[in-house]
Design a protein around this ligand. Structure first.
Ligand SMILES: O=C1O[C@H](COP(=O)(O)O)[C@@H](O)[C@H](O)[C@H]1O
Length: 222
C-alpha cells in the first residue's frame, strides 16, 4: 500500500483526477475500450466533475459503479445516478453500465448485473472509496454475502445485506474488482485516515479494504 498525503482537498481532487486520467489514457493506448470502475458515496463527487473535463476519448470508455444500493436509477441514493449526473452529464460521453435492474430483487438483479459486468473484465482502472468501518464498494465487515463476494471464484456481482444497511445492495466481487492492475483509493478526514491505519492490522473479513492492500494507492487529505 502506498499513501500519498495532499495539503488540502483541492490538491487531492486534482491529483486523483490526474491519476485516473493517466491510467485511462494508458489503457486506451492498448485496448479498444477501457473499463473504468468508480465508487459511490459523497467523497468522489469533485473528482467526477474534474474527470469530466479530461481530454480523453470518452466514447471508448465504459464506466461501471463498483457497487449499488438497491434503489431505482433516479433515486437520490443511487450510485449510478451520482456518476451519471457528475461525470457523464458534465461532458464525459462514456457508456454507463448500471448494476440495478427495475423489477428484479437483489439476488436476480445481481445475477443480471454479473452478465453485464463480466464482458468488461479485466477492469482497466479501479477507483475505490472507503467508509469509517473500512468497507469498500459494498464489501461491509460482517455483512451477509461478504464471504461469497471475497471468494476467489465469485461471480462478478453479488448481493449484500446487513442490519446496518438502509437497503440491500449489490457489489462487484473481489475477483472482479481486483482484475484492475491497481486500485486508487480516495479518502478524506481524520476518521478515515485512522480507519486505514486500523485496517493494516486486520484481515479482509474484518476490514474489506485490506483485500486490496497489494497495489493499493491511497490519496488522502484532511
Ligand atoms: O456506501 C458507500 O460508501 C463508500 C464510502 O462513501 P463516502 O460517502 O464515505 O465516500 C463508497 O465508496 C461506496 O461506493 C458507497 O456505496
Amino acid at each position: 500500500m502506498k499513501l500519498i498525503e495532499h495539503p488540502d482537498r483541492e490538491a487531492l481532487t486534482l491529483a486523483v483526477a490526474q491519476h485516473i486520467t493517466d491510467a485511462l489514457g494508458m489503457a486506451l493506448n492498448t485496448r479498444d475500450r477501457a473499463a473504468l470502475c468508480l465508487p459511490g458515496g459523497s467523497t468522489p463527487l469533485p473528482v467526477f466533475k474534474a474527470l469530466a473535463a479530461a481530454r480523453l476519448d470518452w466514447g471508448r470508455v465504459v464506466v461501471v459503479p463498483g457497487d449499488e444500493r438497491w434503489v431505482p436509477a433516479d433515486h437520490a441514493r443511487s450510485n449510478a445516478r451520482l456518476i451519471r449526473r457528475n461525470l457523464i452529464d458534465e461532458g464525459a460521453a462514456a457508456e454507463l453500465v448500471e448494476l440495478y435492474t427495475e423489477g428484479l430483487d437483489p439476488d436476480a438483479g445481481a445475477a443480471a448485473a454479473a452478465e453485464r459486468v463480466a464482458p468488461l473484465l479485466p477492469l482497466s482502472v479501479l477507483m475505490l472509496g472507503m467508509g469509517d468501518d473500512m468497507h469498500t464498494a459494498s464489501l461491509f465487515p460482517g455483512a451477509e454475502g461478504l464471504a461469497a463476494a471475497l471468494a476467489p471464484d465469485a461471480p462478478a456481482v453479488l448481493p449484500i445485506r446487513g442490519e446496518a444497511l438502509a437497503e440491500p445492495r449489490v457489489t462487484l466481487s473481489l475477483p472482479a474488482l481486483s482484475s484492475a492492475p491497481e486500485a486508487v483509493l480516495m479518502i478524506t478526514g481524520a476518521d478515515k485516515r485512522a480507519a486505514l491505519d486500523r485496517a493494516a492490522g486486520l484481515s479482509p473479513e474484518e476490514a474489506p479494504i485490506r483485500a486490496f492492500w497489494k497495489g493499493l494507492v491511497v490519496h488522502y487529505a484532511d
